[in-house]
Write a protein of this length. Structure first.
Length: 212
């Protein structure tokens, strides 16, 4: 198992696809499975479930009304609940291929107990400038499809940007405490150089030859 965690808009999905394509790895995208396979009816969740509480909120209650710190703690709680399901999925996969799992829910403090080597995980966080560019490219001005039905869209965007900055700081501090590698990406590396960074880090855990 290899892990690529870190903050939103860091390029984790793009880089994991490049890595997997070159080295014939199995990709497990935490966000993809959370949205398409792990979603369950609200009434089936535990009464104290963070996911259940989140599902009952309006878009403004989720993103516009709370403080960024409150949004961060709620986001972490939801992601951590989902991580338990991720582990069940991964344990059920065949062990014939190396797996690279990626997503913001792969927090250092969740992943660390699963590692035999610190070289099995890397965490990527973008600078604010890089995140803003990536978000604009992905969602567009106003990001309407990101917050359907919301009233105070501008406040939500400000809060979400502040939440992501707080999450980055939490990830950087956790990596330092746990002895895990964290790279801050500012856009100065192109895709080839960013891929080479991952290959160097994961080198001993990659197949002997690339998939050519």
């Amino acid at each position: 198992m290899l892990w690529i965690g870190g903050g939103p808009q860091a390029g984790k999905t793009t880089l994991s696809r490049l890595l997997a394509g070159k080295w014939d790895l199995k990709i497990y995208n935490l966000d993809w499975h959370a949205v398409r396979e792990h979603a369950v009816p609200e009434h089936t969740l535990r009464p104290d479930s963070a996911t259940r509480a989140f599902a009952r909120l309006s878009m403004d209650e989720r993103w516009a009304l709370p403080s960024p710190a409150e949004i961060l703690e709620r986001s972490i709680a939801v992601w951590q609940e989902g991580f338990a399901i991720v582990l069940k999925d991964l344990l059920a996969l065949p062990r014939t291929r190396t797996i690279v799992a990626e997503g913001p829910g792969a927090f250092p403090w969740c992943v660390a107990p699963l590692l035999r080597s610190a070289r099995q995980a890397i965490f990527l966080v973008p600078t604010r400038e890089r995140r803003d560019i990536a978000a604009e490219r992905r969602w567009g001005t106003g990001q309407r499809e990101r917050f359907p039905g919301i009233v105070d869209r501008e406040r939500a965007l400000i809060n979400l940007s502040a939440r992501d900055a707080l999450l980055d700081a939490r990830i950087v501090a956790s990596c330092a405490e746990l002895g895990l590698r964290c790279e801050r990406l500012d856009g100065s590396l192109d895709l080839d150089a960013s891929l080479a960074l991952l290959e160097d880090h994961f080198g001993e855990h990659l197949p002997a030859t690339p998939n050519v």
